[in-house]
Ligand binder design. Structure first.
Ligand SMILES: NC(=O)c1ccc[n+]([C@@H]2O[C@H](COP(=O)([O-])OP(=O)(O)OC[C@H]3O[C@@H](n4cnc5c(N)ncnc54)[C@H](OP(=O)(O)O)[C@@H]3O)[C@@H](O)[C@H]2O)c1
Length: 291
């Protein structure tokens, strides 16, 4: 089949589905069908990508050749069983999920009923429909037997930067890495903003200041490499400063922040040790941070 005739459908109309559907639509793919649990998000997305609103998952199968399942991981297998029971044939239909952690086997019911299966996991944080813009600079992890692998890699080339071949990749550490670089980064920024406000900086300034600092750190990391972007009291061996930070968090009873500060400090120290750590009191820093 010519790619120009290929119809793409979505089950789910949340953050990932919205960003992917927009990216595909804007790259000239035909987004033909969308179904989701609640209609309002699906209706909105259908309008943005000129797709048909579907009332059932079967309806998506009838109107699409490639179906992206973009729903919370815990429901994917249930939907796979549902699709496998579809009264019309799954022959030639390609069903992919977008989960970072779940294996391709979760789609086994679809494969057993004659469908083709795959994984298409954007290694990017997709927070809204506008996140489609981030995809062009992002990697996408794909896993599928041929010829679906070829199709998915062609789709990646049209909307994203490059793909990871997930066929021999250990998926759990792969996905932990994604969670740490995006979701947990946001957790740190939320805590940083809270601490700035607690210190007495007005709320609107606190948000802008934290964002500008984090953008600076990411810019350094991008231009100099991760190891060369390390700055701060640990990299200088400033024991007294570290001691004051820990004491403050303890006295303020910010125990979760204290645990995070210590854990991340220990992780950072590992990298400092490998680099120019010779001139700093590593052992003292290590024992102060010890959990
Ligand atoms: N967001 C990201 O950054 C990102 C990146 C890479 C991969 N992913 C993957 O994409 C998938 C979806 O994540 P998300 O962030 O887009 O989640 P989300 O924003 O919470 O959206 C989930 C969507 O699925 C719908 N839904 C839930 N259960 C359903 C069911 N049983 N049948 C049909 N639709 C159902 C929800 O409907 P309601 O509106 O009724 O809740 C919602 O539209 C996950 O597997 C995730 O691992 C996400």
């Amino acid at each position: 089949m010519q790619y120009s005739q290929l119809r793409i459908g979505f089950i789910g109309a949340g953050k990932a589905a919205s960003a992917l559907a927009m990216a595909l639509y804007r790259s000239g793919w035909q987004v033909s069908a969308i179904y989701s649990r609640s209609w309002n998000r699906a209706v909105d997305l259908c309008k943005s990508v000129s797709a048909n609103l579907c009332l059932t998952t079967y309806d998506v199968l009838l109107r699409a050749d490639v179906v992206f399942i973009c729903i919370p991981d815990r429901f994917i297998q249930q939907v796979a069983y549902q699709l496998a029971r579809c009264p019309s044939s799954l022959e030639g239909k390609c069903i992919v999920h977008t989960s970072g952690t779940l294996d391709i086997d979760v789609l086994e019911p679809v494969r057993a009923s004659g469908g083709l299966i795959g994984i298409f996991h954007p290694y990017q944080t997709l927070a809204s429909r506008d996140s489609w813009k981030l995809l062009s600079k992002s990697f996408v992890g794909i896993d599928a037997p041929d010829p679906v692998f070829q199709l998915l890699s062609d789709i990646v080339r049209s909307i994203a930067l490059d793909f990871f071949d997930l066929r021999n990749v250990s998926r759990v550490p792969y996905h932990i890495s994604a969670v740490m670089a995006s979701n947990y980064l946001i957790a740190l920024l939320l805590e940083s903003r809270y601490l700035l406000e607690k210190a007495g900086i007005p709320q609107d300034q606190a948000y802008r200041a934290v964002i500008s600092l984090a953008v600076g750190a990411l810019q350094n990391a991008s231009e100099l490499g991760l190891e060369n972007a390390i700055t701060g009291p640990l990299s200088r061996g400033d024991i007294i400063t570290l001691h004051k930070h820990l004491q403050y968090l303890e006295n303020a009873e910010l125990y979760k922040a204290l645990t995070a500060y210590k854990s991340l400090g220990l992780l950072l120290l590992e990298h400092i040790k490998k680099g120019k750590g010779k001139h700093i009191p590593i052992d003292q820093l290590d024992s102060l941070l010890g959990l």
